[in-house]
Each structure stands twice: as C-alpha cells, then as structure tokens.
Ligand binder design. Structure first.
Ligand code: CA
Length: 227
C-alpha cells in the first residue's frame, strides 16, 4: 500500500487531506508540526510527503532541507501560502518535487500526488540499470548514487533527469524534452529550472563541475550526456 505522510498543522486541512487521500486508497499518516515530520521521514519509509511550509517548531523548508541532508529521498509536494515562495520551493537546494499554492482544490492536490507517484514508479522501472559516469555510479532502480565509493545524496527529481539523459545518452536532449518528460507538465516551471537542476547534477557527479566532461551543455539547444 502506498504510504503518504501529511505534515500540516491546520485541523480542517488535516481532515480534508487525510479523508481525500484515504478515499484514493492511500495509507495516510498525519503529523502536525515540523519536528514530528522530520522524525517520521527519517525513521519510517514513505512513498510521498505532503509538506506544509508554515508549521510550528520547524518550517517545511527546514524539514525538507534537513531530510535531504540526511539522505532521505522521499518525493515531496509542498503546500505554499504565497506565490513568492515558489522559487524557493522549486529551488535546487530544497529539492521538492512539486508544490501547490493555498488555497488549492483537493482535486488538484490529488492529481499532483498521482503524477509524482507515477513519475517515481516509471522512473524506477524504465531502467533498472547501473550507470557509470567517471568515478560516479548510479543505480536507477535503487535510487542510489556513489562517487569514489562514497554515497551521494540525490533527490528523486535529479535521478529522473539523469535517467532521461541516460536513456538518450550521446544524443542532444532539449530543455523542452526534459520539461515534458521529467516534469510531465509545463506550467510554472521554466527552462531555468532545468538548467539549475543540471548544475546541481554536475556539482554532485562531475570531477570538475566548472568543466563538465559528461553532462555537456549544447549551446542554444539543451544537454548531452556523454558516457
Ligand atoms: Ca500551516
């Protein structure tokens, strides 16, 4: 059964989210502050987290940052209150997979949840292979990466992008192709977001990120993964 963690402090939102997600057949656990959210994420396994930004004790941003630092790669959908938080959410430092802005319809949220889970599942099945990139090794089926034998923390989105580049290795992939195939829909996400994710991948996987040898920019077009 697909397990979803909801981190949200407003009682009406808690009830609405729990009821609707359970109606869709998910196993739902609700916690009402940031600290409990982080504890749950680090101590238990979830398929997805719905994470509010404004939370008691610890903000949703801090929960996500700390969880990623601990190597927790669980997909995250953030609930934001204001438009200006969106850049921060999509920003690479945080590695959220998607977001909805309050007020949102539960129908919209459910659609996002399904899309993120679907991407996660197809990403895992599409290439249950290991890839070698210089001194880095990536296992797409296990969602693990190492460099020089040391574990590299990568978000599901980063794996998905790398996976798409790997499936099209040694050919040019456009930013639009990445947007369409990795994000699945194009609203609100700009090609700049794609560029930022690629920068992050280089920092994690390239020996000299400023002079990448594997994840190459094709000027004016997109990227090419050279293996
Ligand atoms: Ca809140």
């Amino acid at each position: 059964m697909t397990k979803i963690l909801v981190v949200e402090d407003e009682p009406t939102m808690q009830v609405g989210l729990k009821d609707n997600l359970e109606f869709e057949g998910y196993d739902v656990n609700v916690v009402n502050n940031g600290k409990s959210g982080l504890d749950e994420l680090t101590n238990n396994t979830y398929d997805l987290v719905v994470l509010d930004v404004m939370l008691p004790q610890m903000s949703g941003f801090d929960v996500l940052r700390k969880a990623r630092e601990k190597g927790v790669g669980t997909p995250v959908i953030m609930l934001t209150a204001k438009g200006e938080e969106i850049d921060k959410v999509l920003g690479l430092e945080l590695g959220a997979d998607d977001y909805v802005t309050k007020p949102f319809s539960l129908r919209e949220l459910i659609a996002r949840v399904k899309a993120v889970l679907r991407r996660q599942q197809s990403g895992g099945q599409a290439s249950s292979v290991r890839m070698k990139l210089g001194d880095a090794e990536i296992d797409f089926s296990a969602y693990t990466a190492t460099r020089g034998g040391k574990e590299v923390a990568m978000t599901p989105k980063e794996f998905d992008i790398l996976n798409f580049l790997w499936q099209h290795r040694n050919t040019v992939v456009s930013r639009d192709q990445l947007l369409t195939n990795v994000w699945g829909y194009d609203e609100s996400i700009s090609t700049r977001t794609v560029d930022n994710f690629v920068l992050k991948l280089r920092q994690k996987l390239e020996t000299d990120p400023a002079h990448p040898r594997h994840i190459i920019t094709i000027h004016g077009t997109g990227y090419k993964l050279i293996v």
